[in-house]
Write a protein that binds this ligand. Structure first.
Ligand SMILES: Cc1cc2nc3c(=O)[nH]c(=O)nc-3n(C[C@H](O)[C@H](O)[C@H](O)COP(=O)(O)OP(=O)(O)OC[C@H]3O[C@@H](n4cnc5c(N)ncnc54)[C@H](O)[C@@H]3O)c2cc1C
Ligand code: FES
Length: 311
């Protein structure tokens, strides 16, 4: 591999699961060789863009690719939804970062994914299966139209429970109902891994607490540098403060202070909303100025750090 290849992050495939969720497969053989379940990358889609952390949802060492599954929730992820197409390249990608999930020698494991969390829990389910564990997969979505990777999960799970909030596919109910059923059927479960929105992970941890089943969750606090320097990603784990980027992102779900995590995630809501509104307004103005312009064309956005100079 030459230097040129090392710094090129070509998007070789894209799949859209819904209006807001899309998959990008990025070619980088060295990253694909190094990646382990539970790790993440920090991505810059363009030179003056924001750096955002994204979990490595899959890696293929033969093809030399890593897979990212992204939900368009704000300015950068929406911008990426517009510009990231096969044949284009990400400006930069750093990783793999974070401590790989310990795929130990548990004999019976439950891997739970809620919504977008279905993607990052997949490499763990596959890792446990490869280690000889009996794997029970539980995935939850709001409704049938949002379901993705069902086949992928079924291929590495001995049992599979699909839950939807509205009952349009699988069992009607939250993933915690799936956990309840799994525990009832298998009193010998060694470990539960749960990835999804904080409120879902908290529910999973509560569902296993009484039986004292080891429960690992993956935390996504706001991250800035991803190197343990800024303290932005600090989380409270029992009576300790830890940094998710270097001490995690996996932690003991029974010890996580989820209220603190959710409070910190909401801290910049107004700034995030303002950035998204500015970006959307710029897009609309661009369209009005030249209705024939291709929708994917890049707009020059204000540098987010310019706006907080001196702050
Ligand atoms: C370790 C880690 C792994 C992640 N993996 C994925 C993934 O695989 N797929 C995916 O779609 N998203 C993932 N995220 C979240 C993703 O980084 C944010 O959604 C993204 O930074 C939002 O940027 P934005 O400009 O589009 O939205 P913003 O307008 O900045 O924010 C929209 C929402 O995203 C949250 N958010 C913003 N910045 C961050 C950040 N740096 N870290 C966490 N949450 C943030 C905010 O609380 C807000 O609710 C991960 C986050 C972490 C920390
Ligand atoms: S992101 Fe800065 S310390 Fe973790």
């Amino acid at each position: 591999m030459n230097l040129n290849e090392l710094s090129r992050f070509e998007i070789v495939a894209r799949q859209d699961f819904s209006d807001v969720t899309y998959l990008l497969e990025v070619r980088h053989p060295m990253m694909a060789r190094a990646a382990r379940p539970g790790q993440f990358v920090i991505v810059m889609s363009r030179e003056h863009g924001e750096r955002i952390p994204l979990t490595i949802a899959d890696f293929d060492r033969d093809r030399g690719t890593i897979t990212l599954v992204i939900q368009a929730v704000g300015k950068t992820t929406r911008e990426m939804q517009q510009i990231c197409k096969p044949g284009t390249a990400l400006h930069a990608m750093v990783g793999p970062m974070g401590i790989p999930s310990p795929i130990g020698h548990a004999k019976k494991v439950v891997c739970v994914g809620g919504g977008l969390g279905v993607a990052p829990v997949f490499p763990q389910a596959r890792g446990f299966k490869e280690n000889g564990a009996y794997v029970i997969g539980i995935v939850g979505f709001r409704s049938k139209s949002l379901v993705f990777w069902e086949d992928k999960f079924r291929s590495c799970c001995d049992e599979f429970i699909l839950c939807t909030d509205d009952g349009s596919a699988g069992i009607k109910g939250l993933v915690t109902e799936g956990i309840r059923q799994a525990i009832e059927k298998h009193p010998d479960i060694d470990e539960v891994v749960a990835i999804g929105p904080p409120v879902m992970m908290r529910g999973c941890a509560e569902a296993t607490r009484a039986r004292k089943i080891k429960t690992v969750v993956s935390l996504n606090p706001i991250m800035v540098d991803g190197t343990g320097m800024c303290g932005g990603c600090r989380v409270k784990i029992g009576d300790q403060v830890r940094f998710a980027c270097v001490d995690g992102p996996d932690f003991d779900g029974h010890l996580v202070d989820f209220d603190d995590l959710m409070m910190r995630l909401r801290r910049y809501t107004q700034v995030e909303r303002a950035a998204l509104e500015r970006w959307s307004a710029n897009c609309r103005m661009k369209d009005l100025a030249d209705p024939a312009a291709p929708a994917v064309e890049l707009l020059e956005l204000p540098d987010p750090f310019e706006e907080v100079k001196g702050g």
